[in-house]
Design a protein around this ligand. Structure first.
Ligand code: ADP
Ligand code: ASP
Ligand code: MG
Length: 403
């Protein structure tokens, strides 16, 4: 078998932890598998590097320089793990994203993978080596280092697994798998044995950072079998798979999970001229700047022919959003003291009353809902940040996920 294993920040957080990871990798190799390991930076390192840059500038630094800086974290871990493996008698080689052939576009700090030339990885595997790839990074077509967005080592792992047609892609982290909600917020959360790509994609996109959303999207596209499990024990993890593999799961619940996204900011534009094309031009400009707009609400028109427009963006894009929308309205207000709480489940497609239960649950807790958006399998609500965790626990109970 060809196994891709990805180890997240906490799993490689200290030198001792890297040694433990080396042992786990060796077990997999000894069982007769070819092994490619994808590693994150040691926990806290990426944030520390961002802080270093902030020492020099409060403005957003040049994104090419940021990528040079941030990609260093993963290079350190990959080199150390390869050194540890070699020392234990198991030939290994570390590779940067570039050496691993990961070519991306040039959207620095959130680049998309265009292609993987797996020649180097294949040659080293064929010579019997364990390949250790620095996650989270690639190289643009003109040769500059790029990074794939926060949590992007998950994406590296899935992309490498796809390029090598690996039999399985195991994502090792600090919890036993995917739970009905973040077990750090609700200790009664239950681990799921399986979850479909679509539900996992919604949960991840709505803030469940156990998997990066783009990695789930790619796993679905390339049909990569993903398993999330802990690097701290041998418990069975969660299989993320196609819906076809979910059918014989008799206990398929109505709701699979609740997610909390703290990286949200609400932008409100007041006094926007209410005529055709105005909203289009505002959102076009935001899209051109690569700003991810999520929920949008437009109020009914006022008597003076203006309206107000509200939308959410990730917090780290709110200043960029401000400069884009400045001048398009009488006033621009940004509130980053909000969070998004989402209820996700494919069972929603065939059941009614799912949304009303969410609204009444929050009402009973005295939590005001500022914005709502829904899809076929998800309901999301923006609430004041201080109520986020309370909302998660109340919804988890209301949908009987703790039973
Ligand atoms: P890594 O560094 O291994 O990539 P992350 O911190 O990115 O790990 O993701 C793991 C964390 O995701 C867990 O510690 C947990 O707090 C959080 N998390 C959020 N939602 C969920 C969920 N539904 N199931 C499991 N973990 C979750
Ligand atoms: N180190 C990067 C981050 O913290 C990538 C990752 O861990 O997946 O976002
Ligand atoms: Mg992660």
């Amino acid at each position: 078998m060809l196994v891709v294993q990805k180890y997240g920040g906490t799993s490689v957080g200290t030198l001792e932890r890297i040694e433990e990871v080396a042992k786990r990798v060796i077990e997999t190799k000894k069982a007769g598998n070819d092994v490619v390991v994808v590693v994150s930076a040691m926990s806290g390192v990426t944030n520390k590097l961002i802080e270093y840059a902030e020492y020099f500038t409060k403005e957003a630094p040049c994104s090419k320089d940021m990528d040079m800086l941030l990609s260093a974290g993963e290079r350190v871990t990959s080199a150390l793990l390869a050194i540890a493996l070699n020392e234990k008698g198991y030939p290994a080689i570390s590779m940067s994203g570039r050496a691993a052939g990961i070519v991306t576009d040039d959207s620095h700090t959130k680049a998309r993978i265009i292609n993987i030339d797996s020649t180097n990885m294949r040659n080293e595997l064929d010579s019997g080596k364990i390949v250790v790839v620095a996650g989270f990074q690639g190289v643009s077509e003109d040769g500059f280092v790029t990074t794939l967005g926060r949590g992007g080592s998950d994406l590296s792992a899935v992309a490498v697994a796809g390029a090598l047609s690996a039999d399985v892609c195991e994502i090792y982290t600090d919890v036993d798998g995917v739970y009905t909600t973040d077990p750090r917020i609700e200790p009664k959360a239950k681990k799921l044995d399986r979850i479909s790509y679509d539900e996992m994609l919604e949960l991840a996109s709505m803030g469940a950072k156990v998997l990066q959303n783009r990695s789930v999207e790619l796993a679905k596209k390339l049909n990569v079998n993903l398993v999330t499990r802990s690097s701290f024990n041998n418990n069975e993890g969660t299989l993320i798979t196609g819906e076809a593999n979910m059918e014989n799961n008799m206990e398929q619940a109505l709701i699979s999970g609740i997610a909390l996204d703290k990286n949200q900011a609400r932008v409100t534009l007041r006094g926007v001229v209410d005529r055709p094309g105005v909203a289009a031009s505002i959102f076009k400009k935001l899209a051109e700047k690569n700003i991810n707009v999520d929920m949008i609400i437009q109020n009914t028109s006022h008597e003076d022919g203006t309206t107000s427009l509200g939308f959410t963006v990730p917090q780290n894009e709110m200043e960029a959003a401000r400069s884009v929308v400045e001048g398009t309205a009488k006033s621009v207000e940004i509130d980053s003291d909000v969070v998004k709480v989402s209820v996700v489940g494919v069972g929603m497609k065939s059941h009614s009353g799912v949304a009303s239960l969410a609204f009444s649950t929050l009402a009973n807790e005295g939590i005001n809902i500022q914005m709502i958006s829904t899809s076929e399998i998800k309901i999301s609500m923006i609430v004041a940040a201080k109520y986020g965790e309370l909302a998660v626990r109340a919804l988890h109970k209301a949908y009987e996920l703790d039973i």
